[in-house]
Each structure stands twice: as C-alpha cells, then as structure tokens.
Design a protein around this ligand. Sequence first.
Ligand SMILES: *[C@@H]1O[C@H](CO)[C@@H](O)[C@H](O)[C@H]1NC(C)=O
Length: 413
Amino acid sequence: MTPLIVRRLFLLLVTASLGLLVFLIYFSLQDDWTRTHADFLKEESIYKQPNDAFLQYTEPKEDLTPKNNPLLEEVDEPVSAKPLVRATDTRRTKAALISLVRNKELDGIVDAMVQVEDTFNHKFGYPWIFFNDEEFTDEFKEKVREQTDSEVKFELIEKKDWDAPRWIDKDKAKKAGKKLEDAGVRYGAMDSYHKMCRWNSGMFYKHKAMDDYDWYWRVEPDTQYYCDIDYDVFAYMEDNDKVYGFTIALFDNPKTVATLWPETKSFLMKNKEYLHKDNAMQFLLNPSRPDWNAQAGGYSTCHFWSNFEIASLKFFRGDAYAQWFEHLDKQGGFFYERWGDAPVHSVGAGLFANQSQIHWFKDIGYYHFPYFNCPKSKKCHGCKPGRFTTDDLKDSLMPENCLPQYLKYMGDR
Ligand SMILES: *[C@@H]1O[C@H](CO)[C@@H](O)[C@H](O)[C@H]1NC(C)=O
C-alpha cells in the first residue's frame, strides 16, 4: 500500500504539470496574437534580400541648408522659367480644386473655401470638385455653391473604390488596428480613416471626375490661407516641370509605416527602372532621428503634409507610381498598419520624380492644426513669419518639423 503522502505528492505533480501545459499553450497563442504584420514580414524575408545597395542611404556631397531661415527673409513669388501667368492672361491649365469631405464638415470646408477663393481662385476661376463616400446633402451643396462663381461638382465615391479590397483579412485588420491604437497611434482602429488614407494614396486620381484634369490642389476643411497668390500656381507647375508642391514637411509616427519602406524596396528590387536617376531618396532616408529610421525599416518618416498639395495627376497615373501603389495595396499595409497618404505620396514623389520636380510653396501661408507655413511677405496677413506651431505646443512639437532636412538635402529653390 502506497503511503498517503506519496499519493498526494503525485497528485500535486500532475496538477502542476497540467497547469504549466495550459499556461504554455495560452502564451504560445498569445504570442501569435501579438505578432505584428511587421514581425511576420521580417520572417518572410523581404528584409533579407540581397543587392539592395542602390537603396541604401549615403551622405550627400553637399549640405544645401540656406544660411538664414527662408521664411524670415522677404519671400517673393517663385522664380519661373517662363513669365508667371496672371489672372488677366487668357491661358488656363487643366486643373481643379479638390476636396474629400463629409457632410458634417460643411462649416470647416466653407471656411477653407472662402479663403482659397479670396487669396487665389476668384481671380482664376478654377472648378471645385467635392468627393464623398456618401451622398452630399442638399444643404451642403447649396452652401458650397454660394461660395464661388466657379463650376462646382459633387462626386460620390463608389463602394468598390472606397472599401478595403477583397484580399484584406478583416479580422487581421481589426486586431492590427486595435494594437496600433493601444500603442498610441491616432485613428489606428478607425476603419474609415484607413479607407480614406488608401483612397487618397491611390484611388483619387483614377476617379472618372478627374479624367479631364492634369493638375489638382487639395483643400481640407478647417485649413487657413494667409497670403494673396497673384499667379497661376498650376501654370507655374506646368511651366517649370514640377510634379509635386507642398507647404509643410513633418516626421511621422514610425509605428504607422513600419513596413512601407521595406515593401517599397522589395518593389524597387524588381522594378529598378522606375527609380528616377535624380531622385530624393537621401532626403527620405536621412538619419537625423535614427530611432525613427530603425522603426520604419530605414525610412526617416519625413513626408510632405498632404492635406495641402498642388500636384500633377499625370505623375500619379504614370506607370511607376500607379504600379508601386498596386504593390503596396496588395501587401495590405493600409489596413494592417496605418500607412498615410502623406508618406505614400512623399515616398512616391521622392523616388519616381526628379528631385527638381518637387516644389516647396514657401510663399503660400498655410495652417492645419497644429502646424503652420508662415512666410514673411507683404502679401501675407495674420501669420507670424517663421512660425511652425502654436505657442503652447512649441516645446513638444518642434522636433516634428522636417523642413530643415528637406532644405539640407534639396536646398531652397
Ligand atoms: C533632373 O533635373 C535637373 C534640373 O532640371 C536636370 O538638369 C537633370 O538633367 C534632370 N535629371 C534627369 C535624369 O532627367
């Protein structure tokens, strides 16, 4: 007969082992749950492909940083290869002012529209096109039409162009969104935000309402415009062979774009010919915030803030950008991460255009919470020259300014 004590010890041992087993199974499952899309891709090898030397950062020969802050010098109209086109000239380009906006943003878009009309468009008369994934209300249409003498169009985005494509795993996207949100990524778990970023990245230029145009100026609700613009910005782009114009350059939260650059590298490895010989890759990869580069697979996260942009539709429709977008879209980072249209447009412009085709509109005073572009000029009113952010946020947000890196690599031209 076994002594009681031995039987008890045996029972205890069995119970403990079972407990340990359950614990181990639980945590191995947990591990799977917490693996990010980035971890998955790391193991999948795109980080390990050889011969990517042409996609590595190299220090530039020359530091092009201007001696003085260009916003504190008197800012004039840009130097142009041909005379700037004035309102009195008859020439107009194929261009439109465009806005993706919801009915509830009516007041905000009217506010922005009034300013764009006052400073620029009442002189030039370019059409406005409003996009929405829902029907605009009659109130919205009426109110918006009252703000301009130009033609106004209201366009519905079809569900098939707005919704996540069929290959996106909805469950995986939901879990990834939750993880991003928990990691402090704003709008990480907001489904509509992901859809908007994707539409702005790769769908807007394919909408049939854009077919007639070569150029667009993107306008967002609640933005401010401080300076009179007395030349045709689209004709300036056309005459000077520009493809992308911006006002503000920022660093991004690297968690939103962990695999954007690795995926881009994998695309370029197979499509070397698309990389422009005189690209702005060194700016994109600048290592001024090494932790950012490390978290974003080499990308600095520097990007042009795309809530303002004046750009070429031909560029976006071109083989390089459009095919790169298809590649990105297949990888799912618009849903499994939170790739923004700003870094996507910026990386695209930085790689597939000549760096001389990117233009800083320093003469256009602009504000979108919480950042400014404020030039010193008689044409500007209500904006303190050189100001980057609001006074109360200055200490925390100053490091987000990537314009110094832009100027270092690209110069002030
Ligand atoms: C890029 O632009 C510059 C300035 O316009 C020009 O001199 C250069 O030839 C262009 N590079 C290529 C590869 O087209």
